[in-house]
Structures are given as structure tokens and as C-alpha cells.
Design a binder for this molecule. Structure first.
Ligand SMILES: [Cu+2]
Length: 252
């Protein structure tokens, strides 16, 4: 199943923007949409004029026009960017991406053998469903979600970002626990150990775990109509899974 999306640079999510704390960042938005748009830098500390709120901090960027955002990447962590115009439609159509600021001093955060970024979103594909019917990790629904791979004993960080327009998700790991090491970009002083984290729209959690036992494990949303494609209960009854699922393959 393929669906039409509105994108940054032709992909959903848009490109991961990855910079280092203290970097000066300049991004030019060129609007090729049939309607106005802006970009909001979600969680970043930017000058007010760079905040991307149409009618409040800037005029909406009209079709064919462009606008340059410029700011300093002030504090390290996991953040995102997204449209702030006609949000339900533009974000719901794919206009979002992850924005990661690495610390200037790499020793200031723990080392992880693998670092994954996972943006949770949703699309309405079948017009008859009148609401979202395909939920996606990085723009793909299971079984098209690429697996996370690690060797036994390695450490994995997953940066979870919920850019779903309306839905909370309960991301659950089979076979192991994880620790919540950061919330909305900021390190958690005493990481909490859990196996299911509730993430609301606009929230980010960095979770980390050690690949303890070999096998193919599920990592999925536990709101179970988010693990179906096309809202198809009949197919789920026959064991077909979809939506917010990815596999974690741990090898010896
Ligand atoms: Cu969910």
C-alpha cells in the first residue's frame, strides 16, 4: 500500500537534521505546496522570530515563496521540526522530521552501540475510514518497518518522537526492560526502568536497553488498533499484524 504524502525534501519523515550543540543553523524553506506553510522547531530554544508560528511570529510562507530560519543549536537532545500551518492536514500528510543536537562534549552522555530514531505518525489512507487507518514508524507500517539489529550485550538507544496529530501510543518491548534516559531532550537524572512507555503527541522519550537475549523480539504500540493496517480487524483475526511494530533482532 502506498499513499500520497506532503514532504520535506521528498521523504517522510523529512531528513534527520543532526547538528552539534553551539552550531549556527541556517535552513531555507522553499514552499512548493499549493497552500501556505511554516516550520516550527519543536523543543528548540530559538529567537521568537524563528519560532514558525504564522500570524504570530511571521507571515505564512506563500506558495512559491521562501523563508530562511537561522538560530544557534543551544542545548543537546532529541527534538523535532514540523509544519505549523493547517497542522492537521500538513503534519497528518507527513510534514515533520527529527532534529538531533549532539552534545559538544561527547563524553557528557553515555555511549550506545546503536542509536535509532523512530518518529511515530499516522495517515488516513482509505477515504471511507474517515480517520487514520495506517500508523507508521518513520513513515512505514509493519511489515515494511526495518528491524533494529544488535549483537548480544550491545547497548541500543531509541529516540522515540510522537508526531501523531491526535493519538497517544504505548510503546512496549518484549523480552527485556528499557530505561527512559531522556524526556523532551533532557536527560532524566534517575532513569526509570520499564517495558512500556506512554508517549503523547509532541513528546519525545529516549529509551535505552542492553540486548540481553538472542532472538527476534517485538517492539510495538500496545493500543492494538494501531497494530493493524487499514483498520482491518478481519485480517488481524487471521494473525496479520501491521502499523506500529518493529522487530528487534538480537544475534549471539
Ligand atoms: Cu499507538
Amino acid at each position: 500500500m502506498l499513499t500520497t504524502a506532503w514532504t520535506y525534501n521528498g521523504q517522510v519523515p523529512g531528513p534527520v537534521i543532526r547538528v552539534t550543540e553551539g552550531d549556527r543553523v541556517r535552513i531555507t524553506l522553499v514552499n512548493k505546496l499549493p497552500e501556505p506553510t511554516t516550520i516550527h522547531w519543536h523543543g528548540l530554544h530559538v529567537p521568537n522570530a524563528m519560532d514558525g508560528v504564522p500570524g504570530l511570529t511571521q507571515d505564512a510562507v506563500q506558495p512559491g515563496e521562501s523563508y530562511t530560519y537561522e538560530f544557534v543549536a543551544g542545548h543537546p537532545g532529541t527534538y523535532m521540526y514540523h509544519s505549523h500551518y493547517d497542522d492537521m492536514k500538513q503534519i497528518g500528510s507527513g510534514m515533520y522530521g527529527a532534529f538531533i543536537i549532539d552534545p559538544k562534549d561527547p563524553m557528557s552522555e553515555p555511549h550506545y552501540d546503536h542509536d535509532y530514531t523512530m518518529m511515530i505518525g499516522g495517515f488516513q489512507v482509505n477515504a471511507a475510514d474517515e480517520e487514520k487507518d495506517y500508523w507508521t514508524l518513520n513513515g512505514r507500517s509493519y511489515p515494511d518497518t526495518p528491524p533494529i539489529e544488535a549483537k548480544k550485550g550491545e547497548t541500543v538507544r531509541i529516540r522515540l518522537l510522537n508526531i501523531d496529530t491526535t493519538d497517544v501510543h504505548t510503546m512496549h518491548l518484549h523480552g527485556m526492560d528499557f530505561r527512559v534516559v531522556a524526556k523532551d531532550g533532557h536527560p532524566v537524572p534517575q532513569p526509570q526502568t520499564m517495558n512500556t512507555v506512554l508517549i503523547g503527541p509532541g513528546e519525545t522519550y529516549d529509551i535505552a536497553f542492553t540486548a540481553e537475549s538472542a532472538g527476534t523480539w517485538m517492539f510495538h504500540c500496545h493500543i492494538l488498533d494501531h497494530t493493524m493496517n487499514g483498520g482491518d480487524l478481519a485480517r488481524m483475526a487471521h494473525g496479520e499484524m501491521g502499523g506500529l511494530i518493529t522487530l528487534i533482532k538480537i544475534t549471539e
